[in-house]
Design a protein around this ligand. Sequence first.
Ligand code: GRG
Length: 299
Amino acid sequence: MNDKEMLKAELKKRTAEVEAVVEAFLPEETGHQKTIFEAMNYSVRAGGKRLRPMLMEETYRLFGGNGEEIRSFMAAMEMIHTSSLIHDDLPCMDNDTLRRGLPTTWVKFGYDMAVLAGDALLIYAIETASKAFEKTTRPDLVGRAIGILAQKTGIYGMIGGQVVDVELTGKPIPQEKLDFIYRLKTGALLEASMMIGAVLAGADEEEIALTEQIASAVGLAFQIQDDILDVTSTAEQLGKPVLSDEKNNKTTYVTLVGIEQAHKDVQEISERAVQLLEKLPGKNPFLAGLIEMLVTREK
Ligand code: GRG
């Protein structure tokens, strides 16, 4: 096996391990409110790359973490990510009917239940993260990690980014605002994932700040790559070249700078991330490989 194949095989194994962790924290589907449990679990179980909990765990390991408390945060992070996807797919947002190859939550359970499933997963994520207090000798670190989780999800993080994105849909977006949207909407949860790994493993302030910078670069490169893939897959579907996200009438990085420049920027930003990663005290070759693979992914 060459390096790329080995990394892929390792990724498959680790994805299955992360899925088992997330699964362990999902609610049981019984009781009068059973429908909400079903809608939550359906959405979380629908698949996905499980990238955020994986980055969290790998960062935790890089800083020497070896406890159990990371598990509830990994599950919480995937729940928050899923809650955002459920709301993002709603008719009042992107109005998407398919996600991860399956009917979206609102199509399957109705608009009302999808709103509630997103809300439920968001708050159940905090309940889940709080379970880490039972597994730690450092409640101060768990408390700080919960703070990061909330801050990077909320108005100064993902939700803040989504607000600007929604407001500017269909309008021209200057580069500076697009950067803001990407850094918050996509970047903030990746930052939280890696920072929480570092915090729980006992990293110092300088290391936590460096980790945030690495994750921010990964987030930006990841979102630009997403835009590139949107353009190339739409072009494939339509059988003609396209330059923008024609489906959603959205300004993207590719519309602003063109596809060639977008490719170059992804390369440059991801190289910066890998260089910064090398400055951290520990080594985790899988984490470096994972970052590389994410930003060069082809679907
Ligand atoms: C209810 C918490 C909550 C939020 C509502 C809708 C909204 C606010 C925010 C939307 C945020 C959003 C959808 C950002 C896009 C981030 C992104 C690149 C998603 C795709 O991530 P992948 O590729 O997906 O990791 P998989 O399917 O692999 O998990």
